[in-house]
Each structure stands twice: as structure tokens, then as C-alpha cells.
Write a protein that binds this ligand. Sequence first.
Ligand code: SAH
Ligand code: SF4
Ligand code: F3S
Length: 453
Amino acid sequence: MAQPKKLFIKTYGCQMNVYDSSRMEDVLKPLGFETTDGPEDANMVILNTCHIREKASEKVYSELGRLKNIKKKRNDDNEMVIAVAGCVAQAEGEEISRRAPYVDMVFGPQSYHNLPEMLAKAHRAGDGKGRGILMTDFPEEDKFDFLPDPVKPEGYTAFLSIQEGCDKFCTYCVVPYTRGAEYSRPVAHVLKEARQLVEQGALEITLLGQNVNAYHGDDGRGGEWTLGRLIRELAEIDGLERIRYTTSYPAEVDDDLISAHADVPQLMPYLHLPVQAGSNRVLAAMNRNHTREEYLEIIAKLKAARPDLALSSDFIVGFPGENDRDFEDTLDIIRQVGFIQAFSFVYSARPGTPAATMDLQVDKAVANERLQVLQKLLVDIQTKFNEDCIGKEFPILLERVGRKDGQLVGRSPYMQPVHVEAPVDLIGQIRDLKIVSARPNSLGAELKGTAAK
Ligand code: SAH
Ligand code: SF4
Ligand code: F3S
């Protein structure tokens, strides 16, 4: 047992999964596991999966096929435990072991604190054809109470999960089924974890939740804190320079949160607020609980609070019943808000969701065509936004060395990667830099006193 065992985690899907993967590392470390870069030499492989669209979920099975072949080539004393975690595990459970019988463990997002117990069971079962360990119930206990203190990954930015699950039941979405009901971590736990992350060198923390602004954490005194209140308190932590939160649900943006954008300078002027579609008919069919007018009203209030705020979004095209007019409405809302970043997808029918059986499913070719048009518009807006940054000065968090000699890479408040010629000892600092060039996906800056080349 003294020999370090190697762990490889492959993460799919959203930032919640990225966070969960790093917490799985924290759980496995005391058992002697060190992370490795690939499955080839790993003694334990975890696929932390995503069920959101059909493609995401099918990827898992092709990756499992690859792992099976790697495992076959191993000799007996070089163990390889294969585990499937995350949202596909939660949604498909035993079905995974049926399709891939060599899988040893299947466990959902709320069960990974039980990894030591599952591993012990696996060892008792011995290495064989797959050990059939399944943990996909939503447990009574709170996994966070059983996790060790977090070890922040390298770098100056960290994720902190404060809220999980979703009660919104948008008609296309699997998340309420894979992540369960909404749950907020108690205030004291969040504050403690944030302080630990800052002590470990985090300058920026991104608060995570499937519905992060539905946060209503127990304050230990019989009350509940909103996200706005929590952000104000986090801003008091010495050394925490930047705060972000994602993903928010528009219908639940309240005045307290909006005013935090005005009052808390550490709160970055960049917000991911998915709208999905711009047509009221489609928004209603999606069960998003707001109209396009209400969405625009929220944006107006946010921008009044923080005039330099920019927005990003998610879009679904080809939702059942979406016609050309509806799609035009989506393009129109994109132009009006001027989203500087976005994830956009063709609607994918997910088994068990209400939209999957709606009439008027949109032809794939039409949906793909709409996606192209929408993405071109988004790229144009992003490019223009980046070009408009030239000549402005932004605080840039310098994170690491760049690919070119003498170059550092940092992040602007708007998450744009920024390249600058600067000495390495500036890594880990936030510097006001003048933007001198722009590309579709990055900016170039210069340190004061250095000439542009
Ligand atoms: N909680 C977040 C989104 C989580 S899922 C929110 O409410 O906005 C991330 C994104 O995946 C969604 O915003 C949506 O754009 C997309 N998505 C979810 N289900 C999908 C489906 N069935 N087909 C296509 N895209 C989907
Ligand atoms: Fe899915 Fe809607 Fe919940 Fe977001 S709010 S996770 S899209 S059900
Ligand atoms: Fe995917 Fe689950 Fe996140 S379905 S998007 S990994 S919550």
C-alpha cells in the first residue's frame, strides 16, 4: 500500500463537475492516490460524466471501450478500477453496467464522499469482470459534511460550490433529475471554505451552483442568507480580490443581488445569465418563467447598478415548435443585449423530459442552419467587443507564463485571456494594463512604460 497509486479523472460537462472532480481527488489523496495525466498508468480511472445532451452522454461509452482495451493489456498485479461518476451515472445507473460490464463502480454526484467505502468493497470483491458497485440514491446526509478540507488546484482562481440541484424543470433539461432538489450549503461552511481557498493563494473565487442565485443558506441563527448577502460577506475576506458566480436563473435575480453589483467592487462586471431563446412562445414552452421583456428589464437594472457590466448566455436552437419568427426573436435579443460570450446548442431531446415528446420537433438540418447563423452573430459581437477594448485599461490577473518567451497570460474582468510581455515575478498579481490589440478570442496588453512591438 505504501507505493502511491495513480488516479486519472476525466471530467465532462459543467463547472460543477470540475469542482466535484477536484473534491474526489481530495477524498482519494489520504488513501494514497496521486493524480496522473492519462489512463495508461492509472490504478483508478473515474469518468465524471455529463448527461445534458445526447452527444455528451454517448461519449462516455466510447471512452469506456478505450479503457477496457487498456485494462486488458495490464497484468494482474497492476490493478485498474474503472468508475463512472456524475450525471450519466445518476441517470443511467445499472444500465451502464449492462452496456459495459467491466465497469467497477457507478456513483452519482451526491455520493462521492463514499469513495473510500466503495473502494474497500471493490477490493473485497477482487479484480474480476467488473465489480458492480452502485451508489445512485440521493443520500440523506450532506456529502459536504464528509469531505476533507479542499486542496485548491494550482493557480490563483478557485471554484466553490455553494448550491446544488435544480427545482426549475425547464422542459428540455435533465439536471433536476440528475442533481436532485435545490440545496444550499450553510453560510458558515461556505465562508470557511472561501477563507481556506484564499489562504492557499486564491485571488479569485467563482461561486458555483446549477442555480446559484437560488442560494438561501442557513445562517445558523434561524435565518437564511441570499446570494447578495453572501457576496457582501465574502468581499470582506482579506486577499480575495475577485468574486464571480455562475450559473444564474434569470427569474430569480432579486434586487439584493442587483445592488451587490453596484456596491461590491470585487464582484466582476461580467455575468452569465442564460436566456436560451428570445421568443416568448418558446420561453413559455421551455418553462423558463420569464418573458423576453422581463429578461431585458433585469439586464437594464443590472446595467444601471454596474454600467460596465457585460453578459454571456446559453442558447438552444431548434426547440420543438420554434419557427423562423421565433428564431428571429432570438437573434434580436442577442443584438439588443450584445452578449460577449455564449454557449449555443442544437436542442437535444432527452428521454424522460417533457419536451422530448412535444409535437413539432424541428428538423435537424434546419436547427443546424439556425445554429450557424446564431453563432456567426455571436462571433461578430464578441470580435467587436474585443476591438472596442483597445485603448482601455483593465485590471488583469496575471496567471501564468505564455507560449512565447517573456510573455505572461492573464484574465481581464470579462474573462478574456490577455497576453502581455512582462517579468515572471508579476505572476499572481493584478495589474492595470492598457489593451493594445485584439483578436476574436484574446487581447494583447502592455505594461506601462514598455513600448508595443
Ligand atoms: N442551470 C443553467 C444551465 C445548466 S445546463 C441554466 O438554467 O441556465 C447548460 C446549458 O445546456 C443550458 O443553459 C442549455 O442551454 C443547454 N441545454 C440543457 N439541456 C439541453 C438540451 N436538452 N438540448 C440542448 N441544450 C441543452
Ligand atoms: Fe436545467 Fe432549467 Fe434547471 Fe438550468 S434552470 S439546470 S436549464 S432545469
Ligand atoms: Fe452536465 Fe450534469 Fe453539469 S448533466 S451540465 S454535468 S449538472
